[in-house]
Design a protein around this ligand. Structure first.
Ligand SMILES: Nc1ncnc2c1ncn2[C@@H]1O[C@H](COP(=O)(O)OP(=O)(O)OP(=O)(O)O)[C@@H](O)[C@H]1O
Ligand SMILES: [Mg+2]
Length: 236
């Protein structure tokens, strides 16, 4: 899914700009890292791209649709985006299966737009597959999320974002609680899905990941932007 930002400025309060005149054009099938110190605006940028926040001025377009607060077309686009929130946003009292499978209930996107039966065997099979792809045991399916470790919870949040085979994955610090091996299980999976056509945006503090994966990187710092372009996947 193509993502374009034109002259985007974001201010939560009157004279404090978080993002200033940001232009970004990420082609369909592209891969972008968003880097920058704590408070630089990485989460704010990702929230604008998934329509959780809206720009103070400028435009955000995903899949050819301009995101506008309350517009039905924006909600349709949102169903084609998988989001990993920095704070996971899991239902902690619910089971792993309930957390991971819930997007299926709202309609699959990517290959089909038909909602799956939440209780059916297809939902269970898809949930097992995505857990295994992230190195999680299917024995966890009936465990409550609150009983899991931080790293397991983070991978449950990633599983939920991926289960619908989204056209765009937006992941905010998706490896922040993971050890080295699990970090690379996740990053290798993201790269494999990207090769298969999924557009990927990852915010990370982890310079090691950015150095090794070698993709275009947007560096945010106090409202300004520096770009390392690689592979020509994006134009600023
Ligand atoms: N809802 C909000 N209301 C007011 N200010 C906000 C809000 N969200 C973020 N900010 C401010 O915007 C700035 C950027 O925050 P943001 O969370 O985007 O940074 P970040 O780069 O993701 O940081 P971190 O690496 O710590 O996650 C911060 O100064 C923050 O206080
Ligand atoms: Mg953040």
């Amino acid at each position: 899914m193509r993502v374009s930002l034109k002259q985007v400025t974001k201010a939560y309060h009157q004279n404090s700009l978080v993002l200033k005149n940001l232009n970004l054009d990420l082609a369909e099938g592209g891969f972008l890292f968003v880097a920058g110190d704590s408070g630089a605006g990485k989460t704010s940028l990702l929230k604008l791209i998934v329509g959780e926040e809206f720009p103070t001025s400028g435009t955000v377009t995903c899949g050819g649709i301009r995101l506008i607060e309350g517009a039905g077309s924006s909600l349709q686009i949102r169903k084609r985006i998988g989001v990993v929130h920095q704070d996971y946003r899991l239902m902690k009292e619910r089971t792993v299966f309930e957390n991971v499978a819930i997007p299926l209930f709202f309609g699959r996107h990517g290959r089909s737009t038909k909602p799956l039966n939440f209780m059916g065997s297809a939902a269970l099979r898809l949930t097992e597959e995505v857990l295994q792809s992230l190195g999680l045991s299917t024995k966890l399916l009936d465990a409550k999320v609150k009983e899991l470790s931080g790293g397991e919870q983070q991978r449950i949040a990633i599983a939920r974002a991926l289960i619908n085979k989204p056209d765009l994955l937006v992941a905010d610090e998706p490896t922040g609680s993971l050890d080295h091996d699990h970090t690379w299980t996740v990053m290798d999976l993201f790269q494999k899905l990207n090769i298969q056509g999924m557009t990927v945006i990852v915010a990370t503090h982890d310079r090691d990941i950015i150095r090794k994966v070698r993709k275009p990187t947007l560096h945010l710092s106090a409202g300004s932007v520096r770009v390392d372009e690689r592979d020509g996947a994006c134009i600023f």
